[in-house]
Design a protein around this ligand. Structure first.
Ligand code: LER
Ligand code: MN
Length: 270
């Protein structure tokens, strides 16, 4: 398994669970100094990052790109894959596709988290799941064309009412027969929704494609009460060799949160 740390470039997401903020170059430099293998970037949109500049930053610092978030599509542009308005849904799919294009240049997947939206008002749950399924089906095709994967993230009940657990996500994706959509297991959301985090990982098995490495309180691993040893054992059991990426609150400050993450990664993963 490999370590990663988040860098947000989205002012509207301030207060959110990202370690480094605003300055991609400084975030990459600090990530490398602290010993991370990769950065996970949360950009305002697909055009906000110059690919040549990102390539130099990664190469100069010996880093990989772990994943690219699409959440700004919602936070900044109010796009949702389950909007009642079909033009908004189409724009949401196009937004994700363009983030996938950028990420694929770096052999990285894009993440569908808050872009999945929720069911409410005129859109009943089965309709919202149909919209989401249609979107993931199209995005799966796009992933296939690019030779990449897409990460779908179940969120806790306070952020979505569509899919909250790894088991529900695996069942949902199984029904869609997508080939390149994997599950993002965010240990913070799982702490709220799963009866047992290690069992949930074993149940999802090969669907697990990425992990957000957060403690129970969404602080750095080691700053809450999650027991990471059985979680890492379960990830090993299912053959997971991807990233443990710190999508966490930058508390008490970004550097301390990042350092604690590195310490915990070394303690539990080696
Ligand atoms: C995104 O990865 C996520 O976990 C959501 O909670 C967005 O804040
Ligand atoms: Mn997450």
């Amino acid at each position: 398994m490999k370590s990663a740390v988040t860098v947000s470039l989205v002012p509207e997401a301030r207060g959110g669970p990202f370690v480094f903020w605003d300055d991609l170059a400084a975030g990459c430099r600090r990530a490398a100094e602290l010993g991370f293998d990769a950065v996970e970037v949360f950009p305002p949109g697909p055009d906000a990052i110059n690919p040549d500049e990102l390539r130099s930053l990664l190469d100069d610092n010996g880093l990989s790109l772990a994943a690219v978030g699409t959440g700004a599509g919602w936070v900044k542009h109010r796009l949702s894959l389950t909007s009642p308005d079909d033009t908004v849904r189409d724009r949401a799919v196009a937004f994700v596709q363009r983030v996938m294009d950028l990420a694929a240049t770096f052999d990285a997947p894009a993440i569908i988290g808050s872009m999945q939206g929720k069911w409410e008002g005129a859109v009943a749950k089965p309709t919202a799941l149909r919209y989401l399924g249609n979107a993931l089906f199209k995005l799966d095709e796009h992933a296939n064309d690019l030779g990449t994967t897409l990460l779908y993230e179940p969120l806790n009940r306070y952020e979505t009412n569509l899919v909250n657990t790894l088991a529900d996500a695996a069942q949902f994706l199984g029904g869609l027969r997508t080939r390149r959509v994997k599950i993002l297991a965010d240990l913070y959301h799982m702490n709220i929704e799963e009866a047992d985090l290690a069992d949930a990982i074993r149940g999802a098995g090969g669907y697990v494609g990425h992990v957000h490495f957060a403690d129970s309180n969404r602080r750095a691993a080691g700053m809450g009460h999650t027991d990471f040893a059985p979680i890492v054992a379960a990830l090993r059991d299912v053959g997971y060799a991807g990233y443990l990426s710190a999508e966490i609150l930058p508390l008490p400050d970004p550097d301390a949160a990042a350092r604690r993450t590195v310490d915990s990664f070394r303690k539990y993963v080696g």
